[in-house]
Design a protein around this ligand. Structure first.
Ligand code: SAM
Length: 309
């Protein structure tokens, strides 16, 4: 059930608050409730906030904001795509907003992008209310959109992809995504990738004190792929630095110098990025000691999943 948009007078502006895992709370002053709904999978809110413009919240947790979504989406897309020498077929898992479609389609090598998101209502809301994110990418003739559980899809398909981008919601207890953070899932993704295939995954917070999940995701991807590099991006609207992992079957991203990154982006036609570039990449992949020393972190499996309460 959707509620109609509500605009608040200044004196009555409410705050959208969400509790982070370390006992800290984040609050966003809300100018307007654009959409508040409950889908079969999660609660969904599109809110206009004073600090970050329009924001998408799922199960009360911010997914992205109009102000800084490109920090996140450019960083999740381009390392995996430039690590592949000729990415033609891209699979996007989750990523309701359509911003990963927008970024993947920039690469002039890309011929097909399949996006599998479990929640048709979230995608419908994003198409309607988050144009700044997808910028019409859903209508590109290279795009196919499917609704269903992405793991079930990968188990059934025989299609091969050059790059897989995993942008699922956090692995919440009882939520729809925790089976996409396990060794079994990464083995499945590996088996559907071409010989030089690459993968990038959203890999949870890297902030000190709540970084154990990130370290486990890194170790789990390392148990499957030969070349793995973790990195992190400070996302102001999240109030924390967010972790990602890029993995490849055949090539170490670290072997690309900042100049080579810029040249590859330029050759691919990715000329108007707002965040990601060679110099920034060098910064993102520079890890402090508490993140480098994670070899002991437990591997995540279907029987021992990573679950965030
Ligand atoms: N940036 C985000 C974050 O911070 O967690 C993730 C963004 S994106 C909106 C997450 C998407 O993953 C949602 O649209 C959700 O419906 C989708 N999703 C969750 N579980 C899924 C599953 N099992 N299969 C496919 N999509 C899934």
């Amino acid at each position: 059930m959707e509620s109609p948009a509500t605009v608040f007078p200044h004196s009555l502006m409410p705050w959208k608050t969400f509790s982070k895992r370390n006992g800290e709370r984040l609050s966003y002053q809300v100018l307007k409730e654009v959409l508040v709904a409950r889908t079969p999978y999660q609660s969904l809110e599109v809110l206009d906030t004073a600090a970050f413009g329009r924001c998408l919240f799922l199960d009360d947790k911010i997914q992205s904001s109009e102000m800084d979504e490109y920090f996140y989406h450019e960083s999740l897309t381009h390392p995996a795509l430039i690590t592949h020498p000729n990415p033609r077929r891209v699979l996007i898992i989750g990523s309701g907003e359509g911003a990963l479609l927008r970024e993947s389609l920039r690469h002039n090598t890309v011929e097909r992008v399949l996006m599998v998101d479990i929640d048709a209502e979230v995608v419908r809301a994003c198409k309607e209310h988050l144009f700044a994110w997808h910028q019409g990418a859903f209508e590109d003739t290279r795009v196919e959109l499917l609704h269903g559980d992405a793991r079930a899809y990968l188990e059934e398909t025989e299609e091969v992809f050059d790059t897989v981008l995993v942008d699922a919601t956090d692995p919440l207890t009882g939520g729809p995504s925790y089976r996409m953070f396990t060794r079994e899932f990464y083995l499945l993704a590996y088996s559907r990738l071409s010989p030089e295939g690459t993968m990038a995954v959203q890999a949870e917070s890297t902030d000190l004190g709540v970084h154990q999940g990130h370290l486990s995701i890194v170790q789990t991807v390392k148990a499957v792929f030969p070349y793995v590099a973790p990195y992190r991006v400070h996302v102001p609207s999240f109030g924390e630095s967010w972790g990602f992992v890029v993995a490849s079957k055949s090539r170490d991203l670290a072997s690309l110098t900042p100049t080579a990154v810029d040249q590859t982006l330029d050759r691919r036609g990715c000329r108007d990025l707002r965040f990601y570039e060679g110099q920034v990449q060098a910064h993102l992949f520079c890890q402090p000691r508490y993140l480098r020393e994670g070899a002991h972190a437990p591997i995540i499996t279907d029987s021992q999943p990573l679950l965030i309460v």
